[in-house]
Design a protein around this ligand. Structure first.
Ligand SMILES: Nc1ncnc2c1ncn2[C@@H]1O[C@H](COP(=O)(O)OP(=O)(O)OP(=O)(O)O)[C@@H](O)[C@H]1O
Ligand SMILES: [Mg+2]
Length: 266
């Protein structure tokens, strides 16, 4: 069975995109035989910019370069829109590929067009069904909102991973997200909460207190934290996953531990 993991939190800047990129690339590196698809449903198209470049993500639309926008609106088949990117490797092992279903700034208007569509919450799920059995993992990067695009991602997902910034009082926002997840589960009962992931963890007293609150509230569903590290932000800015940018860094080690945990929970 394909594990479809939506990375969601309506709060902005909690490390969703960074986690989607490093999780998808890390899973592909973990076992190259198990193929991974990374789906960008955020109109900010940050994930797309990292792997396919800023002009693709935010430049004028190229006629031959459709995106998840056309897929969600049912105008294109997902299979015809997916790009295979080759991840840089340090050794001479077999090349590792990651498949990307890209976004574009225009996706913001798709959300409006979707409002009147039949089964508007299920469009992404329906579009992914024909390609699902090619993949062991599908990772979906969501926008910072609880709008139709995030609901489409949750409807397509079997699991949701929630990155939180422990320095930003995350608990209140989590209640709101949990309500949305509960609502989606009525229509998509397969959806499980994979876990809450503290990202951007630093050594402040506030972060330590929040980490304790999260542990109390989520117990076994609290995932091993990702520390705030310059290399993680730099990798993102350089258009690389952390394993390509600095495989020996403790940021890479933290993401590796997260991946082991996620593979073990499967
Ligand atoms: N562990 C980390 N250490 C240092 N910087 C980080 C870390 N995680 C993310 N960042 C940086 O924090 C910023 C926000 O991260 P990111 O874009 O992943 O968040 P997001 O939740 O996807 O944001 P949005 O809600 O806008 O989509 C980025 O500049 C990113 O490079
Ligand atoms: Mg993002």
């Amino acid at each position: 069975m394909t594990r479809v993991i939506a990375i969601a939190n309506q709060k902005g800047g909690t490390g969703k995109t960074t986690t989607a990129i490093n999780l998808a690339a890390g899973l592909a590196r973990h076992d190259p035989a198990q193929r991974v698809l990374l789906v960008d449903v955020d109109p900010q198209a940050n994930t797309t910019a990292v792997f396919l470049g800023v002009p693709f993500a935010a430049g004028p639309r190229q006629p031959g370069a459709p995106t998840v926008y056309e897929v969600i609106l049912g105008e294109m088949q997902a299979a015809d829109v997916i790009h295979a990117v080759t991840l840089p490797t340090n050794g001479d092992g077999a090349p590792i590929t990651l498949d990307i279903l890209p976004s574009h700034l225009d996706l913001a208007s798709a959300e409006l067009e979707l409002v009147n569509a039949f089964e508007r919450e299920r469009q992404l799920h329906q579009a992914l069904v024909p390609v699902l059995d090619r993949y062991r993992f599908v990772v979906i990067d969501c926008p910072p909102s609880l709008g139709l695009l995030t609901v489409n991602a949750l409807m397509a997902a079997t699991e949701v991973l929630i990155p939180v910034d422990p320095g930003l009082f995350p608990i209140i926002g989590l209640n709101l997200l949990q309500r949305t997840i509960n609502m989606v589960r009525r229509a998509n009962p397969r959806l499980q909460v994979l876990g809450v992931l503290p990202t951007l963890l630093d050594r402040t007293a506030l972060a330590r207190d929040t980490q304790q609150e999260l542990a109390d509230a989520f117990g076994g569903r609290l995932l091993p934290a990702i520390p705030r590290r310059v290399a993680i932000g730099e990798a993102h800015a350089a258009g690389q996953d952390i394993f390509a940018y600095d495989a020996g860094s403790d940021g890479a080690q933290a993401y590796e531990e997260l991946i082991r945990e996620i593979v073990n929970r499967g």
